[in-house]
Design a protein around this ligand. Structure first.
Ligand code: FAD
Ligand code: DHB
Length: 391
C-alpha cells in the first residue's frame, strides 16, 4: 500500500494535518489506536486562540464553531480576595479567544475527513515506523480486523501525543529533551450547571489554584490544584464543590453547583524534545512538546505546528524543494518556546508551590498586582493569551 503522508494519531494535530494536506491535493492515511467514540469523548482542552479560530474558518471547518463557540473578550484574575478583569479586546486591538471543546473539534474533523473520502483507520494496533532515513519510510500496523499492513510513504507525521511510538522511534542520543515537572496536578470536572461567570476566572488562593471555565451556556468546567499523587477516589463530589466554594468565594458572588459527569486528575509538566524531525519523520503537537495547562496553549500549539508542517510538505510535493521542511523544526520551536515561557509563567504566578516561603508567595502577589494594574503588563499577558501572530 502507498500514501503520500502517513499520519500516526487522530488527535487534533493528525486530523487537521490530514485535512490541510487534502486541501492541497496531498493524500494521507491517519491511523489511530483508539476507537472513534473514545477520541470524540476524551475531555481535554477547551479554549481556542484567535489565530486558531481564523485558521479553522479559512479551511472551512468552522461552521459549528461559529454557531456554538463562545467568544470571550477577556479573563478575570482573582487573588488576595479580589477579582480583576483584563479586557483583551481593549488591550490587543479587538482580538478575542473562543471556548469550543477539543471533543467538538475532533468530531468536526473526523466528520469532515470521512465526508471528503479521507483514509482514517481506528482501533489499529502494533503501530511501527521504519526506514525513516530513506526516501520511502514505512508505516505498519494491524487493522481492527486483524490484518497486518505496510504502507510506503513519502513522509510520516508523528502526531501520536506524548505517549506515542514516533518520538521513541528516533535513535537514542539524537533528541534533546528539556523538561520540568511541577509539584502538583489538576483535578478537572465537567458539570451540568450554567457557568457562574461570563468569562474565565483564574484564581490564586492559599489552598491552591482554581479555574472556572465552561463548555456551553449549560455546562461548566472547573479545575483545582491538587497534590501530584492524589487519587480521584479521594475526591467525592461534595469535597470537590467544597474546595471550589472556598477558593472562589467572593462577597456578593455565588458559585452554582450541579451534577458532575466527568472528573479526572491530570499531571502537569513542561517538555520540549528537539529537533522535531528525524529523516522523513516529522513530530507535531504533544508528540514533541507538552505545556502545563494554565493559559490553554497545548491544543493551540498542535494546530500551529501542523499549519507549518502542511505548508512545508505541500511545497516539497509541488516543487520538490526541501527548504521549508528543513526549517520546520526551527520555525515551530520558536513559537513553542514562547508558549512554554507563557505557560510556565502563568503556572508559576498562580499556583501554590509547597517549597515556596513567605517571600516567594509575596512575590507572586506582587506580580499579580503588577499585571492587573499596569497596562504594559496586562498587554503582555493579553497578547500571549489570545495567541502570538503566526510566522
Ligand atoms: P493528542 O490529542 O494526544 O492525540 C494523539 C493521538 O494519537 C491520540 O488520539 C492517541 O490515541 C493516538 N495514539 C497514541 N499512540 C498511538 C499509536 N501507537 N498508534 C496510533 N495512534 C496512537 N490543553 C489545553 O490547552 N487545555 C486543557 O485543559 C488541557 N487539558 C488536557 C487534559 C489531558 C488529560 C491531556 C492529556 C491534555 C490536555 N491538554 C489541554 C492538552 C491538549 O489536549 C493537547 O495539547 C492536544 O490534545 C494535543 O493534540 P495532539 O493531536 O498533538 O495529541
Ligand atoms: C480551559 C483549560 C485551560 O487550561 C485554560 O487555561 C483555559 C480553559 C478549558 O478547559 O476550557
Amino acid at each position: 500500500m502507498r500514501t503520500q503522508v502517513g499520519i500516526v494519531g487522530a488527535g487534533p494535530a493528525g486530523l487537521l494535518l490530514s485535512h490541510l494536506l487534502a486541501l492541497r491535493g496531498i493524500d494521507s492515511l491517519v491511523v489511530e489506536d483508539r476507537s472513534r467514540a473514545y477520541c470524540e469523548a476524551r475531555q481535554r482542552a477547551g479554549l481556542l486562540e484567535d489565530g486558531t479560530v481564523k485558521l479553522l474558518r479559512e479551511v472551512d471547518l468552522a461552521q459549528r464553531l461559529d454557531a456554538e463557540g463562545l467568544e470571550h473578550g477577556g479573563i478575570y484574575l482573582q487573588f488576595a480576595g479580589e477579582r480583576h478583569h483584563l479586557d483583551f479586546r481593549d488591550l490587543t486591538g479587538g482580538r478575542t479567544v473562543t471556548i469550543y471543546a477539543q471533543t467538538e473539534i475532533v468530531k468536526d474533523l473526523i466528520a469532515r475527513r470521512l465526508a471528503d473520502g479521507g483514509a482514517l483507520e481506528f482501533e489499529i494496533s502494533g503501530t511501527a515506523v521504519a526506514g525513516l532515513t530513506t526516501d520511502r519510510p514505512v508505516l505498519s500496523y494491524t487493522t481492527a480486523g486483524g490484518e497486518r499492513r505496510e504502507v510506503v510513504c513519502d513522509a510520516i507525521a508523528g502526531c501520536d501525543g506524548f505517549h506515542g511510538i514516533c518520538r521513541p522511534s528516533i535513535p537514542p542520543g539524537l533528541l534533546t529533551v528539556r523538561d520540568r515537572d511541577y509539584p502538583y496536578a489538576w483535578l478537572g470536572i465537567t458539570a451540568e450547571v450554567p457557568p457562574s461567570t461570563d468569562e474565565l476566572i483564574y484564581n490564586r488562593h492559599p489552598d491552591g489554584f482554581a479555574l472556572h471555565t465552561m463548555r456551553t451556556p449549560q455546562v461548566s468546567r472547573l479545575y483545582l490544584q491538587v497534590p501530584p499523587d492524589d487519587r480521584i477516589e479521594a475526591w467525592p463530589d461534595e469535597r470537590i464543590w467544597g474546595a471550589l466554594q472556598r477558593r472562589f468565594a467572593l462577597p456578593g458572588w455565588e458559585l452554582k453547583e450541579g451534577p458532575i459527569f466527568d472528573k479526572a486528575i491530570t499531571p502537569m509538566r513542561s517538555f520540549v524534545s528537539s529537533p522535531m524531525r528525524y529523516g522523513r519523520l516529522f513530530l507535531a503537537g504533544d508528540a514533541a512538546h507538552i505545556v502545563p495547562p494554565t493559559g490553554a496553549k497545548g491544543l493551540n500549539l498542535a494546530v500551529a505546528d501542523v499549519r507549518v508542517l502542511a505548508a512545508a510538505l505541500a511545497e516539497r510535493c509541488s516543487t520538490g524543494s526541501d527548504e521549508r521542511l528543513r526549517a520546520y523544526s526551527a520555525t515551530a520551536l520558536r513559537r513553542i518556546w514562547k508558549a512554554q515561557r507563557f505557560s510556565w509563567w502563568m503556572t508559576s504566578m498562580l499556583h501554590q508551590f509547597p517549597e515556596n516561603n513567605v517571600y516567594q508567595r509575596r512575590l507572586q502577589l506582587a506580580e499579580l498586582d503588577y499585571v492587573t494594574s499596569s497596562r504594559a503588563a496586562s498587554t503582555a499577558l493579553a497578547e500571549n493569551y489570545v495567541g502570538l501572530p503566526f510566522e
